[in-house]
Design a protein around this ligand. Structure first.
Ligand code: WT7
Length: 645
């Protein structure tokens, strides 16, 4: 496969960038022509940010799975699409060719149809990192069902809320998942999530761990049985086929829930056409992908990174995507390097938190591992500190591999601000330049563009984007007004990212972190309000306030201040009860790292919690708390300072 839209020089980057801004419709039409459309679009772009309404390639008809699979079969049918590395290194690797992927996805599509799933229906997917997860995602896309993948670290209550919000009628899950030394009982979590649920009709269960599971007659069916039935239906005289549903470019492809500053996660909706174009375009350009290379993105398909850069982007580009079931530290902290060595990985894309955690094990786990196949390294999910950047560069890339620092969000569908490996310059801890089609702007609180440089000669402000790129979110599921107020109402005619950023004289951007009440813990987005709601569910808790604080490995840790009036157990036990409650309500990923019991919280006279003060205390900056005179009871601050953990 060749990529006519691949940017191969700095001059071309500037040229393409300029054209993408001057003539966006012509530019994106020329990129979109390289995909397989059943019918060409009527209009490239129609938009306004006030509703908001964004339509790309409207009237175009396609099915994304024909682009990710069918169009490669003729020339690359026997090339690996997915290489699967199991949790246990002793277990057999599975290599899924494009032909095999085609068959499996057709089978899943048929299986879904047999079980009543139709175009537009919502299918919740709660599985471990097995190839069947990719088949499930693509099988939904093939029949036009909207998938909503939920990360395995979310609790039954979180799943129940998401099922409810999406009004999902179908679930695909596993009996269990292997992660390091643990077996996680996924089906039993689903069973808990379904207590009281009235919408779900069918649960399809893939066998991975063969842990005992309850199977309810009429509702729960085994994946293996259903896939056997489907196999006979889709294969005639050795020819496999399941006609893909024709979708409009603007039909929704999937929902992915993500946290914001309110207590309730939002279902971010992405469309088919624009998302396909953007994930493929960015995959090929950011990683400078060359046919035949092996791309290893270490994310979980439960997050947007896995959707865009394990499944859709690489497959649409006809790449080989390596999917890893396990964790970086099991059986030991050399696992990533073993995988790179074993599979001769060309591109490694991971998170700063993983790098920092592996740094902590020193250089021993790298010894004897041949990393010479590596050509490009990447990071995503949070700002990377310079120390981690240099460690990655020296010890993993051996100073020979460009590192791309890709800034983006669940809502953006793919990378927006990033260097292009080896084409545009890297700058440690800077995401650097916008992709063609992306027009960033830094604004102040009132929405005025920042024009005055700070003492370091940098522009500093809130990061917004002026115009839509093809994979911008289209809505938040079931509540378009929420989409507007969250992203398009803070500043008129701008998409607000929620991040703060710096800009240097060469136009490079450095993302400094969230400016709203959203935490980034190990690259996972968690709203402080969500954690507070979960803590407040605990019977002994009167009130709580949650803030982030710098954490060496996780980037940010969760610090909770809790007013408690129960009398059960000592402090340590009370903390554990609260952690248990958070695990039940959200999941283990939202467990606070520190819980400080307090008698009061710093509030203004109008009753608003002054988080700025709590943040400073959690950060250890107790000497400079700023103005506390507006507080209702300045005395509580002293008490909180003295009790700091
Ligand atoms: C938030 C989005 C993008 C997929 C993974 C996270 C932060 C993301 C970077 C980066 C600095 C980054 C931002 C953003 N972020 N990438 N390269 N440098 N910060 O997706 O859960 O939607 O979180 O992650 O704060 O807003 P997400």
């Amino acid at each position: 496969m060749s990529y006519p839209f691949q940017i191969t020089s700095l001059e071309q980057y500037h040229k393409d960038y300029k054209r993408s801004v001057d003539e966006p419709e012509a530019f994106w039409a020329s990129v979109a022509e390289n995909f397989q459309w059943r019918k060409k679009w009527d209009k490239v772009l129609e938009w306004n940010f006030s509703e908001p309404k964004v339509e790309w390639f409207k009237g175009g008809k396609l099915n994304i799975t024909e682009n990710c699979i069918d169009r490669h079969l003729k020339t690359m049918g026997e090339k690996p699409a997915i290489i699967w590395e199991p949790n246990n290194p002793e277990e057999r690797v599975r290599t899924v060719t494009y032909n095999r992927l085609h068959k499996r996805v057709c089978q899943v599509a048929q299986m879904l149809k047999n079980n009543g799933v139709k175009k537009g229906d919502r299918v919740c997917i709660y599985m471990g990192m097995v190839p069947e997860l990719a088949y499930a995602v693509l099988g939904c896309a093939r029949i036009g069902a909207i998938h909503s993948v939920i990360f395995g670290g979310f609790s039954a209550q979180s799943i129940a809320d998401r099922l409810d919000d999406a009004k999902a009628e179908y679930i695909i899950t596993c009996d269990g998942a292997y992660r390091g030394g643990k077996d996680i009982p996924l089906k039993s979590v689903i069973d808990d999530a379904l207590i009281g649920n009235k919408t779900v009709k069918k649960v399809i269960v893939y066998t991975r761990t063969r842990t005992p599971v309850s199977m309810i007659k009429g509702r729960d069916v085994w994946w293996e049985d259903e896939m056997d039935i489907a196999e006979e239906q889709i294969e005639k005289n050795g020819v496999v086929s399941f006609p893909a549903e024709e979708m409009d470019a603007e039909d929704p492809l999937f929902i992915l829930y993500t946290s914001g500053s309110t207590g309730k996660p939002k279902g971010v909706v992405h469309s088919s056409g624009g998302y396909m174009v953007w994930t493929t375009y960015t995959f090929v350009n950011v990683f400078q992908y060359k046919p035949g290379q092996i791309h290893f993105c270490t994310a979980d398909v439960g997050w947007i990174t896995g959707h865009s850069y394990i499944v859709y982007g690489p497959l649409s580009a006809g790449a080989t995507s390596l999917m890893f079931e396990g964790i970086p530290t099991w059986p030991d902290a050399g696992r990533f390097w073993d995988i790179v060595d074993k599979h001769k990985v060309d591109i490694l894309y991971t998170a700063p938190t993983a790098i920092r955690s592996l740094m902590g094990f020193g250089l021993e786990p790298l010894k004897g591992k041949d990393l010479s196949s590596l050509k490009i390294l990447g990071t995503v999910g949070e700002p990377i500190n310079e120390e981690a950047w240099h460690w990655y560069d020296e010890n993993v890339g051996k100073k020979k591999c460009p590192i791309v620092d890709t800034w983006w969000q669940t809502e953006t569908g793919g990378a927006l601000i990033t260097n292009l490996a080896g084409v545009t310059a890297a700058k440690p801890s800077w995401a650097t330049l916008p992709m063609p089609g992306v027009q960033p702007i830094l604004v102040d609180e009132k929405g005025n563009e920042i024009t005055e440089k700070d003492e370091n000669g940098l522009l500093k402000g809130n990061l917004c984007i002026k115009a839509p790129w093809p994979s911008i979110l289209r809505t938040t599921y079931g509540d378009h007004e929420r989409c507007r107020t969250n992203y398009f109402a803070t500043y008129e005619n701008l998409y607000f990212t929620g991040d703060g950023a710096l800009k240097d004289e060469n136009g490079n951007y450095r993302i400094t972190g969230r400016v709203d009440d959203v935490l980034n813990v190990s690259g996972h987005r968690i709203g402080t309000a969500e954690v507070e709601n979960a803590i407040n569910m605990h019977a002994g808790v009167v009130e709580s306030a949650v803030v982030g604080y710098p954490h060496d490995i996780k980037g940010q840790g969760i610090y909770a201040y809790v007013i408690y009036n129960g009398h059960h157990g000592d402090e340590e036990l009370r903390r554990k009860d609260i952690l248990q409650t958070v695990t039940r309500i959200i999941g283990p990923i939202a467990r606070p790292d520190k819980i400080q019991f307090v008698n009061g919280l710093p509030k203004t006279r109008s009753g608003k919690i002054m988080r700025r003060i709590l943040r400073k205390i959690a950060e250890g900056e107790v000497s400079n708390l700023g103005d506390t005179t507006t507080l209702l009871d300045p005395g509580v601050v002293e008490e909180i300072k003295n009790g700091k953990l």
